[in-house]
Design a protein around this ligand. Structure first.
Ligand code: AMP
Length: 123
């Protein structure tokens, strides 16, 4: 089992996450995109951005229908990042949800993976 999966299996929803600290700029991070609803920044792993809403929705499966526009905007943000970064050969976005989905930070986010050939199926 990878460290990331082990971390995810022990993670649980909580009020404050590390992403809250990143949003408040309490811990250093390289922001690559910001708008009124979302920020994106470098994941600690290379070739990997995270896109997170300013609103701390804990996970996709807990998002209610009222977030339809907000979550739709997430894909538009991903498209804008791809365009700005000139990723015209493609990229991959992933959402992990809950322990089985290997979610470790309970603030909904997309993993934006780029810059290498992706394989399928994922692990
Ligand atoms: P997940 O496992 O889907 O909840 O994803 C959480 C992501 O947050 C992982 O890809 C981590 O590498 C990333 N991460 C955790 N702490 C930080 C940090 N301080 N700065 C940037 N990325 C982080």
């Amino acid at each position: 089992m990878s460290d990331e999966v082990a971390l995810a299996q022990n993670a649980r929803p909580c009020e404050g996450t590390i992403f809250g600290k990143i949003l408040r700029k309490e811990i250093p991070c390289n922001f690559i995109y910001e708008d009124d609803l979302y920020v994106a920044f470098d994941d600690v792993n290379p070739q990997h951005y995270l896109v997170i809403p300013r609103k701390p929705i804990p996970q996709l499966s807990k998002a209610t229908d009222e977030y339809e526009l907000l979550l739709g905007h997430l894909l538009i943000v991903a498209r804008k990042i791809a365009a700005t970064r000139k990723l015209d050969q493609g990229f991959r976005i992933v959402i992990n949800d809950g322990p089985v989905g290997a979610q470790s930070v309970y603030h909904v986010h997309i993993h934006f993976l780029f810059g290498r050939q992706m394989r399928w199926p994922p692990g």
